[in-house]
Design a protein around this ligand. Structure first.
Ligand code: HAM
Length: 431
């Protein structure tokens, strides 16, 4: 018995029907980032593990539990890792290529797969896609609002309704330690009520306890100290400035005083997008924030930055039927299918289709030796606009051109065919 294989747990095949909406989202991402002046960047899918350990943070789920380590032949099993997110790799590239010498901010964007060895469930995959945007070299707060508005527009245009922006400031190295001190003091009184994982977090990375899903901890957190009461003057002014700019560009804000994000590099601005009513980490459609200390971690002078990553898989699931329908319409339908009266004359059909494609017409040939009526049935099923019918007239350099949508047919010269198809198809689609 041959062995049956399946896509690995937590991964999916994106079939043509899925790719139609994927393409639409990718096209929208490209169009918007061009409008807003962000240039594309690609970094390797695997990096030195240290890029993520240092960038994302040692005591984060992403590094502690979810990093896909890659073993190179004969090499060190811990040396490489698949990228769990794009920001650390982009920061590494910014420093490696001396991008601080460019006009600041350097505005970059990426659309591609990420890998986290997470427990798979609805909306949570081991390979998933992100639409990522980063602006490095501007301390904000105006750029924070610009970037948030871009993300908000992208998700809205994908057809997701009832979108909420959850926003918080998590302070900076100046004021956060005092807040962490207060939080630890408050939570320590209940340490024996906390589950094992949260006791570990309380010790190593106390802010992460705010992400708890444990019911008892959540009750305790209701009265926990809030970062907003501990912001220093500079962080407070930054946050007020951000709120004012967001109001100017018309993005409604849902305050989220306990929002901290799962990556260590954030300072000040932190945000996530949800569909109203859908809560919990795995329903976040995207998130991001400011990372004013990250570039420095890679050895460059202190450089501020802000960005977001949107979950393409999750947004694709919520995108309305309308978006999916327009994506389907854009999917590949041939303009013309070349069919013939002589089932065996496949060479003549292939030759004509090849010439049409060389002239830039989306054409295919029916290459199965079946009757003309069967070939025409298939042409209609594939959604072709025209059938090019090859018959005896070919000896005079002519073929029948049948408009399958209008139900009309006329004789035309092979030499005019490509031009005529382009004109007729173009005027039909746009007229
Ligand atoms: P993140 O919150 O870890 O942030 O991921 C961003 C988004 O990616 C999430 O909100 C979610 O929609 C999607 N996502 C994350 N993990 C999974 C998964 N296992 N399956 C499906 N979707 C997932 C970042 O990655 C930061 N790099 C964002 C950023 C950019 N901050 C500044 N610049």
């Amino acid at each position: 018995m041959p062995q049956k294989f399946q896509a690995p747990r937590g991964t999916r095949d994106l079939l043509p029907a899925d790719m139609a909406i994927w393409r639409t989202l990718e096209d929208n991402a490209r169009r918007l980032t061009e409008l807003y002046g962000y240039a594309p960047i690609e970094t390797p899918i695997f990096e030195d593990s240290g890029v993520f350990e240092r960038g994302v943070g040692e005591v984060t789920d992403i590094v502690e539990k979810e990093l896909f380590r890659v073993r190179s032949p004969g090499g060190d099993a811990e040396r490489w890792a698949l990228r769990p997110e794009p920001t650390a790799g982009i920061a590494r590239a910014y420093v490696e290529h001396g991008m601080h010498t460019l006009q600041q901010p350097v505005k970059l964007t990426m659309f591609g797969p990420m890998f986290r060895y997470d427990r798979p469930q609805a909306g949570r995959y081991r390979q998933f896609w992100q639409f990522d945007v980063e602006a490095i070299g501007d301390p904000g707060p105006a750029i924070d609002a610009e970037i948030i508005e871009l993300a908000y527009r992208f998700i809205t245009e994908a057809g997701v309704d009832n979108l909420e922006l959850h926003l918080n400031s998590i302070g900076d190295a100046n004021c956060r330690p005092r807040y962490i001190g207060a939080l630890v003091e408050y939570l320590s009184a209940f340490a024996d009520e906390l589950p094992e994982l949260e006791r570990h977090r309380l010790e190593k990375n106390p802010l992460r306890v705010l992400d708890s899903k444990h019911p008892r901890t959540l009750e305790r957190l209701a009265d926990a100290p809030r970062m907003s009461d501990y912001l220093c003057d500079a962080c407070r002014a930054h946050f007020d400035g951000l709120l004012a700019h967001l109001a100017t560009v018309g993005v409604p804000v849902t305050p989220a005083p306990l929002l901290v994000r799962g990556l260590d590099y954030y300072t000040r601005t932190a945000f996530e997008f949800y569909q109203r009513g859908a809560q919990g980490q795995q329903s976040a459609l995207g998130g991001g924030g400011r990372y004013d200390g990250l570039i420095e971690l890679f050895g460059a002078k202190p450089t501020p930055g802000i960005g977001f990553g949107l979950g393409v898989d999750r947004i694709a699931t919520l995108a309305t039927k309308a978006a999916a329908a327009s994506a389907n319409q854009a999917a590949a339908h041939p303009v013309a299918i070349v069919v013939g009266a002589d089932p065996g004359a496949t060479a003549a059909r292939l030759k004509l289709a090849t010439e049409l494609r060389a002239a830039g017409v989306a054409a295919s040939a029916d290459l199965a030796p079946r009757t003309l009526s069967r070939q025409l049935e298939r042409a209609a099923r594939e959604g072709a606009h025209f059938a090019v019918v090859v018959g005896d007239e070919l000896e005079q350099g002519e073929v029948q051109l049948r408009d399958l949508e209008a139900g009309t047919q006329h004789l035309t010269k092979v030499t005019d065919l490509a031009r005529e198809l382009q004109r007729a198809h173009g005027s039909h689609r746009h007229g």
